[in-house]
Design a protein around this ligand. Structure first.
Ligand code: M6R
Length: 366
């Protein structure tokens, strides 16, 4: 049932091009290059009234939400707050009648996410769920559902669920932008065109994994690893760091690149590995200056840059080049080598990739 792969995680990582394609599926109107979400029960007029969004989730799903926040805010100008479900459910959130709540859960059974959903519903807040499991508690109880069509995810480490959730969030953001009129039709069409090329680009990242594999194998004796990046690169760094901790048991932290010098830089010394994501053009120079700071303290830096970048190689030890796409869409590509890094680091240490210690696939306890 692992389809010839050594582990479910490896199989599921390789299913990502298909999962992403299926999640986009019938939601893209190819002819008019726009998004359609026929599953939404509420009217476009109602959707257009929401002027504030909470995204509530746990773990990897919360990290997908962080990407969603930046994308929704950029494309629709609606302010979004992302919250960890186990915190949010005990808060006294500020709801108005124009607040929309989005819960994200692969399994649709995570106890804290479900409890947050129920709390919101008690306050008459409209809840839209992004989930992978038809018939799950979250799918049944939410007012609206956008399913990710990733297929069953067995490995404890979430991979194809994340990329599908991120796609679902792109689609939702584009749809909201269409409804609110915050993006020109030509802009939407451009994103839609780039989205349709994403599955092929994911496949090429999966098939060219020698470099990340070598880097991962080099972490066998490493006790700590850092990820740095700004804006969307930071959101993806958090996911890379969680994945690494979860299955390789290497301590790691993800830091907003500009925040390092406020404390964490003290931990950087000779040969500490740093993975530096520098794919966002608007803050590229700023990230490079942070990379120079860690290099100066002796860090071994693996940089991520966009294809065609001839600059980053000068400041780092090695570079992984990402296929070019719109800056807003890079997270769905940069996460691939980060998943592979965690995977190969785990394999190199002889660990059980699919069943890390202390963890369960679906966290149904509070
Ligand atoms: O099923 P959910 O998406 O609600 O699960 C949330 C987290 O438990 C989950 O993403 C967890 O962080 C993963 N094991 C990370 O790989």
């Amino acid at each position: 049932e692992k389809g010839g792969y050594d582990s479910f995680m490896l199989k599921e990582m390789h299913e990502q091009p298909q999962a992403v394609r299926d999640t986009m599926g019938a939601r893209i109107d190819e002819e008019n290059k726009r998004v359609i979400l026929p599953e939404l029960k509420m009217s476009d007029a109602e959707l257009a009234t929401y002027d504030r969004i909470y995204i509530v989730a746990c773990g990897t799903s919360m990290h997908a939400g962080l990407v969603g926040k930046d994308v929704i805010e950029k494309w629709t100008r609606v302010p979004v707050e992302v919250a960890v479900a186990s915190e949010f459910r005990y808060r006294d959130p500020i709801y108005t009648d124009k607040t929309l709540m989005i819960v994200i859960s692969q399994s649709g059974e995570t106890a804290d996410t479900l409890a947050a959903l129920r709390e919101a519903k008690k306050s008459n807040v409209k809840v839209l769920a992004i989930t992978n499991v038809v018939g799950s508690s979250v799918a049944r109880e939410a007012d609206e559902v956008i399913f990710t069509w990733a297929g069953p995810e067995v490995a404890v480490a979430s991979t194809k669920a994340y990329t599908s959730q991120v796609v679902a969030l792109y689609l939702f953001s584009l749809y909201l932008a269409q409804v609110k009129g915050t993006m020109a039709a030509a802009e939407v069409a451009e994103v839609v065109e780039h989205l349709s090329e994403i599955p092929g680009k994911i496949a090429s990242m999966l098939n060219n994994d020698d470099q990340i594999r070598r880097f991962a194998e080099g972490t066998k004796e490493v006790s700590s690893l850092f990820f740095i990046g700004r804006s969307l690169d930071y959101a993806v760094s958090l996911e890379g760091s969680l994945k690494l901790k979860e299955i390789s048991y290497i301590h790691s932290e993800a830091y907003p690149a500009g925040e390092l010098k406020h404390g964490t830089l003290a931990l950087i010394e000779d040969n500490v590995p740093v993975v530096a994501l520098a794919t966002q053009p608007d803050i590229y120079e700023k990230t490079v200056s942070n990379i120079v700071e860690v290099k100066a303290r002796g860090a071994h830096v693996l940089g991520f840059a966009t294809e065609g970048n001839h600059d980053l190689a000068k400041s780092v030890d090695e570079v992984i080049y990402m296929p070019a796409t719109l800056p807003m869409l890079t997270p769905i590509l940069t996460v691939i080598p980060l998943q592979l890094l965690a995977y190969y680091a785990s394999v190199a240490r002889g660990l059980d990739v699919d069943k890390p210690r202390n963890l369960a696939k679906s966290v149904t306890v509070e």
